[in-house]
Design a protein around this ligand. Sequence first.
Ligand code: HEM
Length: 481
Amino acid sequence: MADKLTTQSGQPWANNQHSLTAGERGPVLMQDYQLLEKLAHFDRERIPERVVHAKGAGAKGVFKLTHDMSQYTKADLFNGENKETPLAVRFSSVAGESGYPDTIRDVHGFSVKFYTEEGNYDIVGNNTPVFFINDPLKFPDFIHSQKRDPRTHKRDANMQFDFWAHSPESIHQVTYLMGDRGNPTSFRTMNGYGSHTYKWVNADGEQFWVKYHFISNQGVSNMSNELAAKLASEDTDYLQNEMFNAIEDGDYPSWTLSVQIIPYQEGLDYKYDIFDVTKTVSHKDYPLHEVGVMTLNANPDNYFEDVEEIAFSPANLVPGIEPSMDKLLQGRLFSYKDAARYRLGANYEQLKPNRPRNEVHNYARDGFMAQHQDGSVNYEPNSQGGPVEDPHASITGDMFQGMTGAYEPYDTDYYSAAGRLYNIMSEDEKQRLVETFKGNLGTIDSLENKQLMVQQMARADMDYGKRVAEAIGVNIDDIDI
Ligand code: HEM
């Protein structure tokens, strides 16, 4: 038998089809509280969408450790044998709103929340190993250029390339974005990268730099511009539906998580700045070490609760895993939790998908929607047996010395990594890359911006610059390479 209808406060509800009126043809009565409550709740149904990565899909699953990493990190989830950690993921695209077609070319977000025994650990990455900029001060401007024009309210290649043309550090990631990875066939066929360098610390206090790689066990596959455009017009939620249906059918996608491990001092002395997220670290120098396998085996029970209300943050770290001095990462450590407080409220960590599986003990109290409070002591120091500090979670030190200042990037080689990426592409991939630039960079109004873009490409690799110049009708001899 179906449940009986109630109001939000649990009172039985007699009529959900007809408002109370003064007589058969009279006006609605103020005393129809059920009507007022229903409309008032409806009026508040929407919350702010994510300022970036608004369009996305989520799933739940498990991480199974296949290799004990205790030699490198004391992080509980990476220590032991065959340890299993429940998790939730959200895959997304960056620039569009929450109803935007998900097959429009974009970088794709790859967020994982591990519910470890020592609290939540999040890896908030993308399907590309690098990023467009390396200073958090530039992030709002970068995103403004990728979203809608303030006057016309349309997305505009003129704005996008205006920013990139004047931010040469972006050429590596722009090459990824305009290459095949900008259009994954499926969320299941894209790799995920932590992108930044993070620090791992073992139980003896030894420090290592690591870079995370989630390699798709479905293989990487991408779709053509034509297919992506067709799907965008036929099914705005194509990628979301594709993953949902696979999981619903029991075809569970999995990724093998591996890390590049770089000894502490070697990392500081490496030939490229490993704390600059526009650059990669060579796999020949530092090969992948397998850690475990992530499998997605359940869809959300409720999209709003499991996916819209989940809040990832690179600041969700656990003992044994620490940030590096990567400037962009440092900015992100603040921005995500701040965004969650605005988007979801001060007590967003009490919402179901954000609640850790272990118990929370601290002196934070109250605020909008606070739940699960008791009468225990709410200040420290105290003599009442309140929770005490855990030295196991102390962070390790790094030695810095220098004058404060707004410094240029430490490593100003913006181009060679993009050249290496271009050169590992097959001839077919190169052709598609050039065609894609023809279809977007080729349409912008500013000749100067076209030339600046070709200059970046030619500095990365002359063949890259020449071919794009020819495709978009720019004379490469007019450009100072
Ligand atoms: C989402 C800020 C760089 C990946 C977000 C959100 C903010 C943000 C405010 C929305 C969070 C929310 O409402 O819950 C920034 C800033 C950056 C930066 C300030 C640089 C200073 C990056 C980088 C990556 C990245 C380098 C990848 C390596 C993501 C992903 C999401 C996201 C995947 C979606 C998270 C989800 O699924 O809920 N970012 N971001 N962001 N960002 Fe960033």
